[in-house]
Ligand binder design. Structure first.
Ligand code: PLP
Length: 466
């Protein structure tokens, strides 16, 4: 029991996902109680942890197949969380499963290179427009961390410029102005630096600049003033962790132009958009070529593989020589996850344009249906255009969401609690939407029937909301 007695309190019916739900969560509740004594937040990533789920219980999933998840109490769900955007083809995708099993039989780790590593790097380089070279690593966080160091080494400059509202993983350098309190942020031209966690060194904050996104003039002025100290500008092509914000016309081209002008590297974070916004990710979608790009999540359809890619001249600066940049990791590019990535990339390539068109058409069907259902019931919602994923914002009715262009526009107007109630009702209906406001994803395994079931569930969920 915790000091407040919170852990012993019986959750109300509503807190058990959905007023109308007859689902049983007994085993999930028992496991959560026991795990709290063993693991801070009862699980490894705080994102999946007790505080993030509260007041609802954490759900202990048991297995997954195709587009379906099943928990330890036997409840099943159509999965729209998709492994926080990591699942792109589907769970237990047949060819991928076979490839991983084959690799398991051959051995999980050799501490040498092996043929599949080269083959898989070549696959990535063939698919991604701005990729001449690829190196594998395990997580998006590590890929970003390494990209930042490489940029510093290559340019000989120290600072990194990122944007408010952007999450690039949980390294100290990336945890600046991720979801800052807008009231404490200071002016657009001179923002306060707010770390996302205690423990980020002040010295690290000194090397990171974080400015509002989608403002080319502001970026031009910043680079004019500080360009000779800035090694890289890092951005996503769409802001995916603060409610899908699209770039204004020409913004990405302007980032490319301005970074070139000031000898600053352009790092594109494709951890979410990669292999999700289409096979070529945001690079293909927007026809842009950064100097470096980082991938994770969907690259291996749920296995812990990530990649740093980019143009040859910059990537070849990675070398075991004193004046070059290092790149390490016992498990970086390990055979199991690289086999998973290899099979996944081949599968995605096979699905090709038609496969992604189909995914987009299902995404549009779902978003249009949700807009209609929620508007009919009098909710103020904003669902931005589908990008392999979408976000569902319950707004305060005063917002003009079509004009939102950065974190400062969004944060004051969204009702995350209303979203959480809606998501809990959906989960109660057997449709697994992310319990916290975030990306709602599609995978190739979703069928038209899954979309229709989700829309039926949404009708019930919104009527339960009251
Ligand atoms: C845009 C973006 N970059 C980087 C990361 C970090 O990836 P990982 O969680 O694999 O470390 C994430 C994770 O959600 C992300 O959304």
């Amino acid at each position: 029991m915790d000091e407040s007695g919170e852990a012993d309190r019986e959750p109300s019916a509503h807190e058990l996902y959905g007023d109308a739900s007859e689902a049983d969560y007994t085993r999930s509740l028992e496991l959560q109680q026991m795990a709290l004594d063993e693991i801070p937040e009862a699980t490894s990533s705080n994102y999946r942890g007790k505080t993030n789920y509260a007041p609802y219980p954490m759900i202990y999933m048991d297995h997954a197949d195709g587009a379906m998840l099943t928990d330890v109490d036997g409840n099943s769900y159509i999965d729209f969380h998709c492994g926080v955007s990591a699942i792109i083809t589907g769970h237990r995708q047949e060819q991928q499963l076979e490839a991983v099993k084959q690799q398991l039989d051959k051995g999980s780790y050799f501490a040498t290179t092996y043929e599949l590593e080269y083959e898989t790097a070549r696959l990535v380089n063939d698919i991604i427009p701005g990729s001449d070279r690829t190196k594998f690593i395990n997580t998006g966080t590590e890929a970003v961390m390494t990209a930042l160091r490489l940029a510093r080494a290559y340019t000989g400059k120290e600072k990194i410029l990122k944007f408010e509202g952007m999450y690039h993983g949980h390294s100290d350098y990336a945890l600046v102005n991720v979801h800052p309190d807008v009231g404490s942020l200071g002016t657009r031209r001179n923002p306060t630096k707010i770390p996302e966690s205690t423990g980020v060194p002040r010295k690290t904050l000194e090397t990171v600049e974080a400015v509002p996104w989608n403002d080319a003039q502001l970026l031009a002025e910043k680079l004019e003033r500080e360009g000779d100290e800035i090694a890289a500008v890092i951005t996503e092509a769409v802001m995916s962790n603060s409610g899908l914000v699209w770039p204004t016309a020409e913004y990405l081209d302007e980032i490319r132009r301005l970074t070139d002008e000031h000898d600053v590297l352009f790092i594109l974070d494709e951890v979410v958009t990669g292999f999700r916004m289409g096979l070529q990710g945001a690079q293909g979608y927007f026809d842009i070529e950064p100097d470096l790009a980082v991938y994770g999540k969907a690259i291996a359809n749920g296995y812990p593989c990530a990649a740093l890619t980019g143009r040859a001249e910059v990537m070849d600066f990675i070398k075991s020589e004193p004046d070059k940049a290092t790149f390490m990791g016992t498990f970086s590019g390990n055979p199991l996850v690289v086999a998973a990535a290899n099979a996944n990339l081949k599968q995605l390539d096979e699905l090709g344009t038609t496969g992604y068109e189909d995914l987009y058409s299902k995404g549009t069907q779902l978003t249009e249906g949700l807009r209609e259902i929620l508007a009919d019931s009098g909710e103020d919602v904003f669902i931005p255009e589908f990008a392999g994923f979408f976000c569902l914002h319950f707004t305060d009715g005063e917002a003009e969401p079509e004009t939102w262009s950065n974190w400062r526009d969004i944060a004051p107007h969204v009702d995350d609690e209303r979203y959480e109630q809606f998501a809990s009702e959906m989960i109660g209906q057997g449709v697994f939407f992310p319990p916290k406001s975030g990306r709602i994803n599609l995978m190739h395994a979703h069928s038209d029937e899954h979309i229709q079931s989700a829309l039926e569930a949404a009708k019930q969920a919104v009527s339960n909301l009251g």
